[in-house]
Structure formats: structure tokens, C-alpha cells
Design a protein around this ligand. Sequence first.
Ligand code: SIN
Length: 177
Amino acid sequence: MVSKSPWIFGYGSLMWRPDFPFVQSRIGYIRGWRRVFWQGSTDHRGTPDAPGRVVTIIADERENCIGMAYHIAPERYGETIEILDYREKGGYRLEVLPVVFENNEQVFASVYIATPDNPEFLGQAEPEKIARQISTSRGPSGPNDEYVIKLARALRKIGANDPHVFEVERWVRSLKI
Ligand code: SIN
């Protein structure tokens, strides 16, 4: 069954800080996508002089990206997208992708993705290097390492394993000491 009501899928900060009105949240995944700390952040977790790193997703047919899907009341969808367009303005654009729930039900959801053509995209690096950058960055939304730790916590809370996020988290924690 395909739902006609709007959904938003979050895989990064939108998992642990949705900060918009929704009527229901459900664990779901998008097939063929992988979460990576490849997006630079100059407006939330870093500055233009010292960008932080936050997650985006890249197409990878071997992977599924687990996250949280939020069901939005149709009359609140417009204002919600306005809030999120502003929040995610640092390189993300909205795409619509199929999200699969644990019971195999599927919906289409709006997802914010930062693609390699955006000016803040940083791309691939070794997890240690990513963590070193993160551990020294902070921006208007707070320290960059807090983003990593909260994302890892949100993933554990729903029983998800994301080796890339957990490896960056391990490095970040070790650099904190
Ligand atoms: C998301 O959470 O879905 C987008 C990336 C972010 O805001 O961290």
C-alpha cells in the first residue's frame, strides 16, 4: 500500500532532533544508499574558515540506510518543508525516495541529500582523518563531536548497526580524552 500523506525521512540530525511537527515516526530504510561523513558544515557544526563534517548519503547498491520516517499532517507539510529547507540549506536538496518499513510496507518520503556538486561537499577521507576534523570543529549548533555522538546513540536506540558512523564515533571519543 502506498500512502498519499507526506513523509520525511531523516538519517542524520533529523533522526535525533526532528524539531518539526509530525503525527507519527517509524523506523525505516532506503534501499541502495549509504550514510557517510562527507558533507562539510559551515553553518551548523563548523564555520566557513573551519568546516565541520556531517552526514549525507551516497548511492551504493550493496547498502541500505536506516533512519527515521516522519508522517506529516498534510496541512503542515508546506510549513515543515520551509523550516527544513532553511535548516538544511548548507548544501542539501530535497529528493523523493521510497522508504521501507520493518513490516515491508513502503512509502515515498522527502529526503535531504547533499550531492558531490554542492560547494560544501568534502568527500571521502579515512575515518581517523574525519574524526580529527570533527573533534576540532564547532559551529552555531554546537560542537561537531556532539553531532557524531548523538547520531550514534540514535542508531543504537533503534538497534541499527552502521560501521562507518560507529568507527568515526570511536575515533571521536578517543580524541576527546
Ligand atoms: C538528515 O538528518 O536527514 C539530513 C542531514 C542532517 O541534517 O544531519
